[in-house]
Design a protein around this ligand. Structure first.
Ligand SMILES: Nc1nc2c(ncn2[C@@H]2O[C@H](COP(=O)(O)OP(=O)(O)OP(=O)(O)O)[C@@H](O)[C@H]2O)c(=O)[nH]1
Ligand SMILES: [Mg+2]
Length: 377
């Protein structure tokens, strides 16, 4: 009997121990939620943002490295393809003549039509055809090598080989040279000044630009973009401000800073000749009082032909132009325009624009131009 009770007690003890073990074990397995407040963990665990951005996050300096413009002397050879027959009706007409094995009346008429279409003008076309007929056409048969030679010589004669086409960029008495750039709107003045400042920089000159086209703020911005690429400063005024005062400030700054050349951009959008005369006249007078204008460049868009030339003539009447920039001679250009432009305005073409690229401006040079038109000899 005693043993029976001892066994019952032992079983009871075992059961109690087992129950206690299970309960304690379960408790341990439960998440320790109450003791560790794990709830809104995000804000607490992330490092607090510093109120002030750390020094290391300062914005990158917005200064692009300065560009090195191409030396002007190598440009025409690089750009000659843009004047070649595939791009230019003038060159195409001339080469068509060279390719003809027989120069009959029809061939001469075709050539004449092409030359007129290429804006060579009626007078120069007559002169060229007369000279060619005299020298090339022997018994109605053309000798292509001879034709090329004569053509080259006659074109050079029309364009002029002993003309001084250098830019006057040096002022007197230690003052800067001043280049005033004028022309009908859209012809390429601002672009030309941008490209020209690169030519001047490549030649080792120090340059200052004057945004005296105060019609639109965008005009000054456009100039600034060009200038900043080669480290050239732009003096600008308020939109709608007095262009002459911008030109004055720029030339005055140029004198104080001792720069070599100041280039002045102007607006082309003047509707009356009187308005144009007043504005350009005032700009020029104001500059001349400080440092004489050494060069007045008239920009003419070669694609506008005789019409563009007629518009350009108004500028030549109100200001003494000393050189022509013939822009946009690439693409649809009509190279023949060089001849009437010089003849009618009595001023040499000094620079040609051959594209929208930064270094697509070349010094004009008769031999290089004619050789580019006629292709390799
Ligand atoms: N293809 C080609 N485009 C050119 C050349 N020169 C200028 N242009 C383009 O002609 C357009 C007008 O040029 P701008 O320099 O703004 O002309 P702008 O005379 O200053 O014009 P305004 O300030 O309005 O009087 C631009 O799109 C130039 O990129 C060139 O030689 N060839
Ligand atoms: Mg402009």
């Amino acid at each position: 009997m005693d043993i029976f009770w001892i066994i019952i007690a032992a079983i009871g003890l075992v059961l109690v121990v087992a129950a206690v073990t299970i309960v304690v074990g379960r408790r341990r397995a439960l998440p320790a939620a109450p003791t560790a407040p794990a709830l809104p963990a995000e804000p607490a665990t992330e490092a607090p943002e510093p109120a002030v951005a750390p020094e290391t996050e300062a914005p990158e300096p917005d200064v692009a490295p300065l560009e090195t413009p191409e030396p002007p002397s190598s440009r025409l050879s690089r750009l000659r393809r843009r004047l070649s027959a595939s791009n230019n009706p003038f060159a195409r007409g001339l080469l068509g003549l060279l390719a003809a094995d027989k120069l009959d009346a029809e061939a001469w008429e075709d050539l004449e039509a092409t030359l007129i279409t290429s804006d060579l003008g009626v007078g120069p076309t007559d002169e060229l055809i007369t000279a060619l007929r005299r020298e090339v056409s022997i018994d109605g048969v053309a000798d292509p090598a001879k034709a090329r030679e004569v053509l080259r010589a006659e074109l050079l004669k029309l364009i002029g080989t002993d003309t001084d086409r250098s830019l006057k960029v040096t002022g007197a008495d230690g003052k800067p040279g001043v280049i005033l750039v004028v022309g009908v709107n859209g012809t390429g003045k601002t672009t030309t000044i941008g490209k020209l400042s690169r030519v001047l920089v490549a030649e080792g000159h120090t340059v200052l630009l004057a945004a005296a086209d105060t019609f639109r703020a965008a005009a000054a911005d456009q100039l600034q973009t060009w200038g900043s690429r080669v480290g050239v400063r732009v003096i600008r005024g308020a939109e709608g401000g007095d262009p002459a005062s911008v030109a004055h400030d720029a030339v005055a700054a140029g004198i104080t800073e001792g720069v070599d050349v100041v280039v002045v951009d102007t607006a082309g959008r003047l509707h009356t000749k009187t308005g144009l005369m007043d504005e350009l006249g005032k700009i020029k007078r104001v500059i001349d009082r400080l440092a004489p204008v050494t060069e007045v460049l008239l920009v003419i868009d070669a694609t506008t032909g005789q019409n563009g030339l007629a518009q350009a003539r108004v500028f030549a009447e109100v200001v003494d132009v000393t050189g022509i920039v013939l822009s946009k001679l690439d693409g649809s250009a009509k190279g023949g325009i060089v001849v009437p432009v010089q003849r009618e305005l009595g001023v040499p073409v000094k620079l040609i624009g051959l594209g929208e690229g930064a270094d697509d401006l070349a010094p004009f040079e008769a031999e290089g131009f004619v050789d580019a038109l006629l292709g390799e000899s």
